[in-house]
Design a binder for this molecule. Structure first.
Ligand SMILES: N[C@@H](CCC(=O)N[C@@H](CS)C(=O)NCC(=O)O)C(=O)O
Length: 208
């Protein structure tokens, strides 16, 4: 088994950094300097034509899109480590559901809100009505997530899985960047706090 991980700290690749550390899988880490444009060089584009991190090469096969990478890592290495439900189990269906919900529905809405409000995006692209609509949807989704965590410490039940780590990694950054307050969502707040305390998450957050 060989894994090469193309990584840049404080980016979408952080969630894969956390998964690899939690799974305790030996891998070669290649730093990609996004500011210097390493991701647009021909060698890198041959692995990921999108020119983005995370990108991994597992036993010679390149993969991109963090959701696909999380599923591959979970299924290959996570079951044994208790970080991914067994294939064919009801928990696996639940894990896939929340992972994709987090990456497609929740992240899509968050970025729509940020695209219309945040200083990360040019002011001339901001649209007040779109922002209002996206924020209403975002609040609904956060309430849904809070409800899922009611009486359940983690998304699939008693155990933390790569799905929790993935969603929490995106939300920990996203809620801060989008300046969305979740004080009244106690389950969500507690879950984010528990995950932020994990050594692999702390280590990834501290990397520069
Ligand atoms: N949907 C992709 C998003 C990847 C992505 O947007 N990566 C950013 C870092 S956060 C990137 O590499 N940007 C470099 C660029 O666009 O030049 C995933 O989840 O893997």
């Amino acid at each position: 088994m060989s894994i090469t991980f193309y990584y840049s700290p404080q980016s979408s690749a952080g969630r894969i950094r956390v998964s690899l550390a939690e799974l305790d899988i030996p891998c070669e880490i290649v730093r990609v300097d996004l500011r210097a444009g390493d991701q647009k060089k021909p060698d890198f584009l041959a692995l990921n034509p999108n020119g983005k991190v995370p990108t991994v090469v597992i036993d010679g096969t390149p993969m991109f899109e963090s959701v696909a990478i999380q599923i591959a890592l979970g299924e290959r290495y996570g079951v044994q480590k208790g970080l991914w439900p067994a294939p064919g189990s009801p928990e696996q269906l639940t894990a896939l559901t929340w992972l994709v919900w987090g990456q497609v529905t929740l992240t899509g809405t968050l970025f729509r809100y940020m695209g219309n409000t945040s200083e990360y995006f040019p002011k001339e692209m901001h649209n007040e009505k779109q922002a209002e609509q996206a924020l209403t949807e975002m609040r609904d989704l956060l309430r849904i997530l809070d409800g899922r965590l009611d009486g359940r410490p983690y998304l699939t039940g008693e155990r933390c899985t790569l799905v929790d780590l993935d969603l929490a990694s995106m939300l920990g950054w996203g809620l801060m960047a989008a300046k969305i307050d979740i004080a009244e969502l106690k389950n969500l707040k507690g879950w984010l706090g528990r995950i932020a305390e994990r050594p692999a998450v702390k280590a990834a957050m501290a990397e520069t």
